[in-house]
Design a protein around this ligand. Structure first.
Ligand code: TUI
Length: 315
């Protein structure tokens, strides 16, 4: 499948792996890149030097292009914005904010910049600021989310900008990939499906939570997570406690106390009661562990079948 995304990023398949904070480290990113997609190291809220190490480890594991995601709510954003330039990272994706103030420096360094946008307005602003592509991410996604579904966001963003659009949110197989292409996307970004791979270095309990999750098993902790950002994760005692505190109108500091460190607890200690197991709504369809290469190849084979044969036979 050749699109402006495969051309622009020099990758075999137009698929990005989501920049999942605490989750997406060098081994996962290198596995996705080696399988022909674009692997991404998540900056999350880690110190810049930790990510510099991850970038170097990734380079040692692949000679293919990869990217770094910069989560703009991080207190270490300035450091990371500089480190991606120093390390010659080919692609930067951003999330959780407007990367406008860094764009000029990244472009001058030859970095391809791909912001996640939750709205048409931000997509247009990013195009004007020089973004190479945008990721239109629907609220089906895990983690910090916007308000619009993938089905509604992708075609509206595609109509509003001329740069290529990558669809994200709720995509985990060839059907989702084909659907995104039908909406006008030229590639997809997937997160949840890559949690269920042997290359993903999260705690086994996290994988178990994703594999067991049904369609309705995610909860949005509203407007509180990470200082006022809606956040989707698997329902558990933690989400019930946070949502209860929110409904009771507890002071912000008290709720923040509950949420701080919750994603790290999920990823590193697999604390099923106190962790935030971020996962998209498509988690209900993710029922087995498969290597990244198999995930990607199967997805594109399925989409190819659908796009070439299934609909042709209806006419
Ligand atoms: O960023 C994400 N997903 C994330 S970030 C994250 S880290 C975290 N850690 C602990 C608690 C909470 C979060 C986990 N998941 N996705 C991309 C995304 N970007 N979703 C929404 C946005 C977004 C929102 C507003 C992008 C831009 C934006 O702009 C506002 C503005 O400044 O115009």
């Amino acid at each position: 499948m050749k699109t402006r995304i495969t051309e622009l990023f020099g990758i075999q398949y137009p698929i990005f792996q989501g920049g999942m904070a605490w989750v997406a480290e060098s081994t996962l990113a290198a596995a996705v890149s080696n399988a022909g997609g674009l692997g991404i190291i998540a900056g999350g809220s880690a110190p810049g030097e930790v990510i510099r190490e991850e970038i170097r480890k990734c380079k040692a594991q692949t000679d293919k292009p990869f990217g770094v995601n910069i989560m703009l709510m991080s207190p270490n954003t300035e450091d990371l914005a500089r480190i991606v330039i120093e390390e010659g990272v080919p692609v930067v994706t951003t999330g959780a904010g407007n990367p406008g103030k860094y764009m000029e420096a990244w472009k001058a360094a030859g970095i391809k910049v791909v912001p996640v946008v939750p709205s048409v307005a931000l997509a247009k602003r990013m195009e004007r600021a020089g973004a190479d592509a945008v990721i239109a991410e629907g609220m089906e996604s895990g983690g910090h989310i916007g308000q619009i579904t993938t089905m509604c966001l992708v075609p509206q963003v595609v109509d509003a900008v001329s740069i290529p659009v990558i669809g994200a949110g709720g995509i985990a197989d060839g059907r989702g990939l084909a659907a995104a292409m039908m909406l006008g996307a030229e590639g997809v970004q997937c997160g949840t499906i890559f949690l269920a791979t042997p290359e993903c270095q999260i705690h086994e309990n996290y994988k178990e939570m994703v594999l067991k999750a049904k369609d309705t098993d995610s909860a949005i902790t509203g407007g509180i997570c990470a200082g006022g950002a809606p956040c989707r994760q698997v329902k558990n005692k933690y989400t019930r406690r946070v949502i209860e505190a929110e409904r009771a109108g507890k002071p912000f500091a008290e709720i923040e106390e509950l949420t701080i460190g919750s994603l790290r607890r999920a990823v590193q200690t697999g604390d099923k009661d106190n962790g935030s197991f971020m996962c998209g709504q498509i988690g209900g369809m993710v029922n087995e562990i498969r290597p990244c290469k198999e995930v990607i190849e199967t997805m594109f084979k399925e989409a190819d079948e659908l796009l070439h044969h299934k609909y042709e036979s209806l006419y």
